[in-house]
Design a protein around this ligand. Structure first.
Ligand code: RB5
Length: 146
């Protein structure tokens, strides 16, 4: 699976670890959109890069890490075709995929432990969309893009 990933300074350390986890443990084709250091940056600039990669089809899924995950989700969701959410629990990652067909997961680098974020990412990548009644609802959500 092709994964686009990025962070801001608050998510940098966990982003770096997740790049390795995605490539080495989960066998993903990872594109790291930065940053390359933990110097202060603005999260919308990095959310935009990953959101466009997913919306264009260059990446299958996106992973974003900031302090809370909230800012990244707010920014990424502005890009048509993106379904992004801040996710802090593995069971929410499961429902985000099964019910919402989420394509960009936004993680907290400051309030969620690395092992929990690894599990969230694993569930996010390995869980399918259920379709059916959820497809109708997601379709209604996506029509709000227009
Ligand atoms: C940066 O201090 C912080 O505001 C950012 O990482 C994120 O949590 C925003 O939602």
């Amino acid at each position: 699976m092709r994964i686009a990933i990025a962070s801001d300074h608050a998510g940098f350390e966990q982003k770096q670890a997740l790049v390795d986890y995605l490539a080495q443990d989960l066998g993903c084709d990872v594109t790291d959109f930065g940053p390359d250091t933990d110097d202060r940056v603005d999260y919308p600039d990095y959310a935009e890069k990953v959101a466009h990669a997913v919306a264009s089809g260059d990446a299958d899924r996106g992973v974003l890490v900031c302090g809370t995950g909230i800012g990244m989700a707010l920014a990424a969701d502005k890009v048509p075709g993106v379904r992004a959410s801040s996710i802090t629990r593995p069971d929410f990652a499961d429902l985000f995929r099964r019910h919402n067909d989420g394509n960009v997961v936004c993680l907290s680098g400051r309030f969620v432990e690395p092992e929990v974020n690894r599990e969230i990412v694993k569930v996010f990548l390995e869980t399918g969309f259920e379709g059916g009644r959820h497809a109708d609802r997601v379709g209604k959500v996506m029509r709000l893009d227009a």
